[in-house]
Design a protein around this ligand. Sequence first.
Ligand code: FAD
Length: 429
Amino acid sequence: EISVFWFRRDLRLEDNVGLFAALSGPFPVLPIFIFDPAILDKLENKKDARVEFIRQALSDLKSEIQKRGGDLLILHDNPLAAFKSLAQQYQIKQIITNHDYENYAIHRDSAINLWAKDLGIAFHSFKDQVIFEKNEVLSGQNTPYTVFTPYSRKWKEKFANTEWRQFESENLANYANGSFEMPSLSELGFQPTGIKFPSLNFSDDLIQQYTLRRDFPGLDATSHVSVHLRFGTISIRNLVKRALGKSETWLNELIWRDFYFNITFHFPHISQGIAFRKEYDRMNWRNNEQEFVAWKSGQTGYPIVDAGMRELNQTGFMHNRVRMIVASFLIKHLLIDWRWGEAYFAEKLLDFDFSANNGGWQWAAGSGCDAAPYFRVFNPYLQTQKFDKDLSYIRKWVPEFQELHYPKPIVDHEFARKRVLAAYKEALG
Ligand code: FAD
């Protein structure tokens, strides 16, 4: 008789709510991870650093679990099929996991829950990935917030009134016996990329200076925790604790993350490719393929845009200020559907997360909750003057920008500004 703990977006032993519950229970725990072909097969590029990141995190987890007398079982199968075959090998009493709020995951989990129920296997899922979820932060009228500031006010109030405990899952060792092989990268159908992952080394200094320095991409003054939050190699509760009293601005960024998860949960239409404000889908996009290629490859002739896209292509990361600039440029200067940009980011970002990415793109398009108004068109030159005055970021990624062979601007700024304002006006009436 065993419990199965199913790791997903929580690849750590420390402060893991579901794992703590499993290890505190009466049955020895078999920890598992399932590589889902439905997700892997969708990744067209077989050099994908995120698969490597997950493999590395799993290999670290595996050795930590081995030190505690168990082993991590890593499967490569459809999750329901994987559970069906596990149930033939083990007497499973319960399946324990942490909540995942994305559309695909909700459907997957409810199918497994139904199957388990039929066999008398309990299925328990816990809140771990966010501070507040679902209906925990609602407005006075019991409706979900769609504007960040009142949401964050309520969030902070609730946070202050909640008792926080530490889940010392790393100190428990109630694992089932076992010894398992780990699938290689090539068995999963992938090849190495050579991309280096940001390590977790953000300091109190960085957090304290965050407000002053975060907007300057040349300074590299943000935490780089996003990829770790994406795969759960760090706990959000630990980060919030680090932020408290040190930087309200940084805390607010962590709250934005909760906010967008909350939007995904309450407004499922955004997971079907529909704009949060549906009337924005009346936009008549130009969708020029060649211009899209120029944007993707960092060849627009706008140095700050090209620098951002090249940083993304080479490292899988892009500074937040520059994400806003390149998104605005694609949508407003080139009049290309924000969903094209969203999909490109989804393919390239190591920290890709549906909720934050969709939120960021719709913020830039003006069609999202609490979005920038559509008539605000970033001027890439002014943005450069403000945030990369000494051109250190641009020089790093576009060394040839002052040379003759650097492309001419793909479109004139003033012309593009007028064109997009007219297009929005026509769509929104
Ligand atoms: P820091 O500035 O140190 O912030 C700390 C953490 O706060 C981040 O790791 C992140 O978890 C959270 N955070 C910060 N800003 C935001 C935000 N605007 N929305 C939600 N959470 C935030 N973030 C992702 O994690 N995944 C994405 O796929 C993603 N796509 C984006 C697309 C666009 C168009 C834009 C404008 C922003 C996007 N962001 C996304 C938000 C933000 O750019 C990144 O979280 C941030 O740049 C990550 O770097 P960092 O960890 O150094 O952040």
